[in-house]
Design a protein around this ligand. Structure first.
Ligand code: SAM
Length: 228
């Protein structure tokens, strides 16, 4: 049957282009964390419909992107044309088409919690990064998952949920300690952690979401570095 991202990629694109969580919360905080990428080679892992890649290209970087969903890659191609190198690839498989230590920076936005073997995927991303290069990733804040799902904050388990009526998702919940241990196990060091604050545009357009995100985080972001 495939994931919702494979079955209904255009629905995600429509949503993520303008939604408070994607357009006004995740992307601005992640792009700030990514920093200056002018003239750099950036890998957009789990690129979806190319909304990140478009922003990163506009900042003067060269972009390679991939996603396991054929439909997502088609949408990214329609958005970006030949300005980025795009392909279908499952992050659970080795990135055999990218040489060791060839990428300057990696973006992994709202993807890691969908993976069963996060350490293997992070290890493979580390392999293709230049020593000293960085990977920025965003994921559900574990407190947000705990608050919504209940049960034990310390549970490490896959969750199946339906969002907004008919958007069925499968992702992993786990405590902060487990995520940090996985980063370390994959050979990366944490350079920075961000619990983003919603900005004025989100306040003006989505006041209720602004109130909510002002008092409790929805996502958490990490800037990981491959040690030299
Ligand atoms: C929430 S969307 C985020 C898309 C994009 N990063 C963004 O923020 O706009 C999650 C994406 O991860 C992709 N994905 C999930 N598991 C994957 C895997 N094993 N390999 C590659 N992509 C994957 C999905 O197809 C989907 O496009």
């Amino acid at each position: 049957m495939g994931s919702i991202y494979e079955r209904r990629p255009a629905d995600f694109e429509r949503h993520a282009a303008v939604s408070p969580y994607n357009a006004l919360y995740d992307r601005p905080a992640m792009l700030a964390l990514l920093g200056d990428v002018h003239g750099r080679l950036v890998l957009d892992a789990g690129c979806g419909p190319g909304l990140y890649a478009e922003e990163i290209l506009a900042r003067g970087a060269e972009v390679i992107g991939f996603d396991q969903s054929v439909g997502m890659v088609e949408l990214a191609r329609a958005r970006l044309g030949d300005r980025a190198t795009l392909r279908v690839h499952d992050l659970c498989q080795p990135l055999h088409w990218i040489d060791d230590a060839t990428v300057d920076a990696i973006v992994l936005a709202l993807v890691i919690h969908h993976l069963d073997d996060r350490v293997a995927a992070l290890g493979e991303l580390r392999r293709v990064l230049h020593p000293g290069g960085h990977l920025v990733l965003s994921t559900h804040h574990p407190l947000a998952d705990w608050r919504r799902l209940g049960g034990s904050y310390f549970a490490i388990e896959p969750v199946e949920e339906v969002w907004q009526g008919d958007w069925d998702v499968r992702y992993w919940r786990q405590p902060l300690t487990a995520s940090c241990a996985e980063f370390f196990e994959a050979g990366s060091l944490i350079e920075k952690v961000v619990e983003p604050q919603p900005g004025p545009e989100l306040a003006a357009l989505f006041p209720q979401t602004y109130e909510k995100l002002s008092e409790r985080p929805g996502f958490i972001m990490f800037r990981l570095v491959r040690p030299s």
